[in-house]
Ligand binder design. Structure first.
Ligand SMILES: Nc1ncnc2c1ncn2[C@@H]1O[C@H](COP(=O)(O)OP(=O)(O)OP(=O)(O)O)[C@@H](O)[C@H]1O
Ligand SMILES: [Mg+2]
Length: 393
């Protein structure tokens, strides 16, 4: 018998696909009454984990529990968990309403429930349109409507913001927050922290299948937001001086120091007091996106195009007009596709983590950048692995 808590518990979860360790020893819980973001770059194991929570993939080791039970043991699961793993699985010839009525019939729910969830997700006006003509954002909404049919206690959504326009994102944010505010549970994945930062209360951040942060988003912001970078003639003395004042400094590969959680005046005063010459100092404020990069850096880092096209014509060795453009942010959309609302052109995250040398630069002896986590080497083979409509049926 399930405990009705609305809690998702992931314990020692592992999944290997042959030599690929997609998920490694994941432990976290998702509590009711809040929105939890499950964040990580491409191929970091998010979908695989959600599929294991939903009983669609068997773990190699460990387990996942909803209301104290594996998904497969939940009675009438559509009333407990609504899930969307993929918004592609609609019959193109069916209307939105017919699609939903297939599910109401299968779930033994009243037919009018279909129109109620269409209204909830803002698709009432498209009820009689065939899903084959739906945009990506409309399909996301219809998939969410399907997940809501059983009026579930828990929502599990894999990248639900993909394809939504700015208004759609704002609507999704409001919807998830109000869903959680009624004491229900939301677990929502994304590869863009910035997309989720105003939606989620807690985050579980994964990289290469491993958890690199689990906790309150505000604490993450507060703990790692700023640091002072110092170049000094005598780093060892400055490290010791700072240590005596309770300030921890870290060596960077170029011999300078990174001093988190303080300001340049404090560092300068302490250096002066110790008689240490300072050659340069810079305060670095990391926004959440940069923190995210620092935590998850390097799984599938691409290389930059060989110089952007110039207005006057192609540059020698550069891309041809119409060729690939420099990446802007973590995701780009094809022509005519919706914009990612949270990507502000003036604040694009770097395509590589801060401090990453340009392609071709020999690696420094120590890659540590202060915030960087150490990851074991892992496969570089990203074959996707999503698939199937993870609704309630
Ligand atoms: N069925 C499968 N067979 C082989 N490898 C798989 C399978 N499913 C997933 N993988 C691998 O597991 C790793 C994690 O994939 P997963 O789809 O869980 O990542 P993700 O975090 O959801 O990525 P994305 O942001 O691109 O959706 C990848 O290396 C992927 O290639
Ligand atoms: Mg995925």
């Amino acid at each position: 018998m399930h405990d009705g808590s609305g809690r998702i518990l992931v314990q020692g979860l592992n999944k290997s696909f042959g030599p690929i360790n997609a998920v490694q020893n994941l432990n976290f819980s998702v509590e009711p009454g809040s929105v939890t973001g499950f964040l990580g770059p491409n191929g970091s194991g998010k979908t695989t984990t959600l599929r294991m929570i939903l009983g669609l993939v068997s773990p190699t080791a460990g387990g996942a529990f909803i209301n104290g039970q594996p998904f497969s043991r939940l009675p009438n699961p559509a009333t407990i968990v609504g899930a969307v793993l993929d918004s592609q699985g609609f019959h193109p010839g069916q209307t939105a309403r017919t699609h939903l009525r297939c599910y109401t019939a299968a779930l033994n729910l009243p037919d009018q429930q279909a129109d109620q969830v269409l209204e909830l997700v803002g698709l009432s006006s498209a009820a009689t349109r065939k899903t084959g003509g739906f945009s990506l954002g409309m399909r996301q909404r219809l998939a969410l409507a399907t997940a809501l049919l059983g009026n579930p206690q828990i929502l599990i959504l894999d990248e639900p913001a993909n394809g939504l326009d700015p208004e759609g994102i704002a609507w999704l944010r409001g919807f998830l927050k109000s869903f959680a505010s009624t004491g229900r549970t939301v677990l929502v994945s994304s590869h863009l922290l910035r997309e989720m930062e105003h939606t989620v209360d807690n985050v579980v951040i994964v990289s290469r299948g491993q958890c690199v942060y689990n906790g309150d988003l505000e604490q993450l912001r507060a703990a790692q937001q700023s640091r002072v970078l110092v170049r000094t003639a005598d780093p060892a003395t400055l490290v010791e001086t700072l240590r005596q004042s309770g300030i921890h400094a870290e060596y960077l590969p170029d011999g300078s120091l990174a001093v988190p959680g303080t300001d340049s005046k404090t560092v300068a005063d302490l250096a002066l007091g110790a008689g240490v010459a300072v050659h340069g100092m810079q305060e670095e404020n990391l926004d959440l996106e940069q923190i995210f990069f620092q935590l998850t850096t390097g799984q599938y880092t691409g290389s930059a195009p060989q110089g952007p096209p110039q207005p006057g014509g192609p540059q020698p060795g550069g891309p041809q007009p119409g060729g690939p453009q420099p990446p802007q942010g973590a995701a780009q959309w094809g022509p005519g596709a919706p914009q990612q609302p949270s990507q502000q052109p003036s604040q694009q995250p770097p395509q590589q983590p801060p401090g990453t040398p340009p392609p071709g630069t020999p690696p420094p002896p120590d890659q540590g950048q202060g915030y960087q986590q150490v990851h074991p080497q892992q496969d570089q083979n990203n074959q996707g692995g999503n698939g199937g409509y993870g609704g309630n049926a």
